[in-house]
Design a protein around this ligand. Structure first.
Ligand code: 5GP
Ligand code: ZN
Length: 115
């Protein structure tokens, strides 16, 4: 989709530190990491938000979670754990309007999930 920064990353029009890619999914390091490991896992299909997810796309979300699990193992996060976050819409603090899953870990994270 035009003007979508993540679609541009998918199209290799702008660079990213890509750590996983298949036909449907791409994962790359967040440009402003909030923890030692901060990776964004996204569908290649432009889905603007979780709000826009339909039954048609439910399989891709399941696959994203297994990819997250594989990446977490490679990044050595599986022993101590990690967090997956999806910000959604205005109140959810979503800045980039292309569905993305934050995989965050490598340090003890705060216990508060809302602030
Ligand atoms: P949101 O607030 O929408 O859930 O998260 C968007 C995330 O995308 C932020 O953590 C931000 O740092 C990251 N981000 C925004 N633009 C770029 C970019 O051009 N490249 C990469 N790698 N990450 C980006
Ligand atoms: Zn997009």
């Amino acid at each position: 989709m035009e003007d979508c920064i993540f679609c541009k990353i998918i199209a290799k029009q702008i660079p990213a530190n890509v750590i996983y890619e298949d036909e449907q999914i791409i994962a790359f390091r967040d440009i402003h990491p909030v923890a030692p490991v901060h990776i964004l896992v996204i569908p290649k299909k432009h889905i603007a938000s979780l709000i826009d997810l339909t039954k048609e796309d439910e399989a891709i979300v399941g696959k994203i979670y297994t990819v997250i699990n594989e990446i977490a193992e490679k990044e050595k996060l599986n022993e101590r754990g990690f967090r997956v976050i999806v910000n959604c819409g205005e109140d959810g603090g979503q800045e980039v309007k292309h569905l993305h899953f934050h995989l965050i870990g490598g340090k003890k994270l705060g216990t508060k999930i809302v602030n």
